[in-house]
Write a protein that binds this ligand. Structure first.
Ligand SMILES: NC(=O)c1ccc[n+]([C@@H]2O[C@H](COP(=O)([O-])OP(=O)(O)OC[C@H]3O[C@@H](n4cnc5c(N)ncnc54)[C@H](O)[C@@H]3O)[C@@H](O)[C@H]2O)c1
Ligand SMILES: O=C(O)C[C@H](O)C(=O)O
Length: 308
């Protein structure tokens, strides 16, 4: 399995590190436009190999896409992150141009690749890759829900004073401060609905804290987060590499599912060797359906800003 990660910044490097540590990829190529940056990150990571016990070969390159040739999975993390006080949607002006050219270059060298889109605003960048590359829909995956769900589980564990391994839960909808839909009614602690342990107010607080998870970290760090985003991407890549058939909420092009069409937004999917192998339809409550509709309207408004 060969993986290319475009963007050797905070998220790209974290993603490369987790993929290497999980030891399922034969080669990881990191590509950036900043001279020497990807080469430096690759060398630094390779010098952890004997310490961390992995055999993946990590290669860095400044803009040479021929090094990415034949990649099974390509991850796009190139672009600017937000600063405190900004929304993800404000990044569209710069990131749309970057994502468009990067995805075209990747496909030129790896026509059979699966693309994972990370750059924000992620749902709109995923839509852009659909509209501009012509790749089949199973091979374009937007990463947001896997991260948001991890943050949801963290907040639930905190509220329940329980270990995170006891918790299960999912976040659907747009990857935005207002559009995320933490499924509080379906979240469980060892199969028991969390509503058995937490008041409605506390559960609402968990949901609100989850939705602003990225903004909270951006305020603390001065730029957006990277450890959990990198780990979330690595889990998606692993599910594909190892044909795990695992379910994650991912941004995918909908064609009538959840009553939505011509939009990429977070819904549960099965990930395996072919990328998105299935969109899983689950029953949402009326309130959750309404939230999904509102979330989709917001994503569509951002999509309308794209020059397609
Ligand atoms: N979807 C998610 O859940 C999620 C999570 C975290 C971050 N993000 C997004 O990921 C992106 C990257 O965040 P970061 O913190 O790693 O930023 P960063 O600034 O640390 O890294 C971005 C890198 O992209 C490189 N780059 C810019 N244009 C390029 C191009 N044309 N080709 C190759 N490389 C290019 C830059 O040189 C830089 O090294 C941001 O848009 C951020 O909002 C998304
Ligand atoms: O919050 C951001 O801007 C980055 C990312 O989307 C995140 O959720 O961490």
């Amino acid at each position: 399995m060969k993986v290319t990660i475009v963007g050797a910044g905070a998220v790209g490097a974290s993603c490369a590190e987790y993929i290497a540590i999980k030891n399922f990829a034969s080669e990881v190529v990191i590509l950036d436009i900043k001279e020497g940056y990807a080469e430096g990150k690759a060398m630094d990571l390779m010098q952890t190999a004997s310490l961390n016990g992995f055999d993946s070969k990590i290669v860095g390159t400044t803009g040479d896409y021929s090094k990415s040739a034949g990649s099974d999975v390509c991850v796009i993390t190139s672009g600017i992150p937000r600063k405190p006080g900004m929304t993800r949607e404000e990044l569209i002006g710069i990131n749309a141009g970057i994502v468009k050219t990067v995805s075209a270059s990747l496909i030129e060298h790896s026509p059979n690749t699966i693309i994972i889109v990370v750059s924000n605003p992620m749902d709109t960048m995923t839509y852009l890759v659909h509209k501009t590359t012509g790749l089949p829909k199973n091979r374009i995956i937007g990463m947001g829900g896997a991260l948001d769900s991890a943050r949801f589980k963290y907040r639930l564990a905190e509220a329940l004073e329980a270990p995170i391994s006891d918790i299960d839960g999912m976040v659907l909808g747009g990857h935005s401060d207002t559009g995320m839909i933490p499924l509080t009614s379906l979240a469980t602690r060892n199969s028991v609905p969390v509503s058995k342990f937490l008041s409605e107010d506390r559960l609402n607080q968990v949901a609100e804290d989850t939705k602003v998870g990225g903004a909270t970290l951006t305020k603390l760090l001065g730029t957006s987060a990277w450890y959990a985003p990198g780990a979330a991407v690595s889990s998606l890549v692993q599910a594909i590499a190892c044909d795990q058939k695992k379910m994650f909420p991912c941004s995918t092009m909908l064609e009538g599912e959840y009553g939505l069409s011509d939009i990429c937004i977070g819904v549960p999917v099965i990930l395996g060797k072919d990328g998105i192998e299935k969109i899983v339809k689950i029953d949402l409550s009326d309130a959750e359906k309404e939230k999904m509709k509102n979330s989709a309207e917001a994503v569509s408004k951002t999509n309308a800003l794209l020059e397609l």
